[in-house]
Design a protein around this ligand. Sequence first.
Ligand code: SAM
Length: 380
Amino acid sequence: MSDHQQLHDIIAARIAKEGRITFAAFMEACLYEPELGYYTSAGRKVGAEGDFYTSISVHAAFGRVIAREMAQMWRSMGSPAEFTLVECGAGNGRLACDILDYLAEREPVMYGGLSLVLVEREPTLEQAQARLLAQHLEHVRWLAPDEFYSGSFTFSGCLYSNELVDALPVHRVVMTEEGLQEVYVTLKDGELMEEAGALSTPALEEYLQRLGIQLHPGKQAEINLIALEWLTTVAQALQQGFIMTIDYGYPAEELFAPHRMRGTLLCYHRHQTEENPYIRLGQQDITSHVDFTSLMKRGAEIGLQSEWFGEQYRFLMATGIIEELEEVERSDVSEEEKLRIRLALKKLIMPEGMGGIFRVLVQSKGIAEPRLLCQRRIGG
Ligand SMILES: C[S@@+](CC[C@H](N)C(=O)[O-])C[C@H]1O[C@@H](n2cnc3c(N)ncnc32)[C@H](O)[C@@H]1O
């Protein structure tokens, strides 16, 4: 039996036993069902041989520039003897490796007291991460999500993630004549089907009310309650320091705008987008755009200060991507290699591409007026 069929049967059995399930429960199974989910099954997901690219696979300069900002965070905290970085959803470890390479080379004092904690729902990625991070192993430790999110782990430093929040399961709602309803997944003649029904939790309506958003009739939208739970949990673990969230998404007003009638849910398979989440179960990625306004609002409720929010290209320009490029230009790498790097960096900062689609949110806790690189005026 194919993995797709096995996962289909598991979801169908759940529906037969418990009745229709929320879209969030369906998405959780598709992405994270042990050994069968998209992220919890074998195989490359990110990069040329996977289904999509992320910024970390474009060029090491992405991680190096983030590392420059982390060094600035460390200074903002008075250059403490110990500083912890936590990466949630670390994938193959590429970003962590680029960050640690930079810090080892350019910030030896900070590097000396640095610990990196990797938290990843797909446990077999630990091998790939350990291979990439071979030079830095005495600074690295792994924590299983259950352990990390249990509340017993606390740290000071910076927790960061790239494309984690878009991979958290979302509820889906639709505005009908009867008011706001939820999209459920049910079974009809053995096939998975959608149906609308009463909300599974009042938190969905409260979410939109808190934003002051009224959906237009017929409009569908995703609501990421898990993202808010995630932020609350990680903010509790953080004693003092920063949370840096990089992902594609918008401020709420733009995300829930009337023209996005069908929301932003999208699947990825072999570098092609697909709108139907009910095919290739466990073999295609399912994502939705991040609502950064809600992350900022929840942050403010739980003691996080929003320090900076904006497009990735603005962040990279202010934190040092041009300096990275200048270093490459001055180096003795071949002209051909320089051209390749120029093109890669352009990909990261073009406002029409990754530079404009992705956004960066930096929140702080317990730090009076940090002076971050991203807060500099571009060119200033
Ligand atoms: C879209 S991938 C991004 C991987 C990597 N950060 C990158 O940019 O290429 C999302 C990753 O987050 C992991 N993940 C999902 N939920 C998680 C959670 N709550 N804590 C830690 N990792 C999680 C998934 O297993 C997956 O590897």
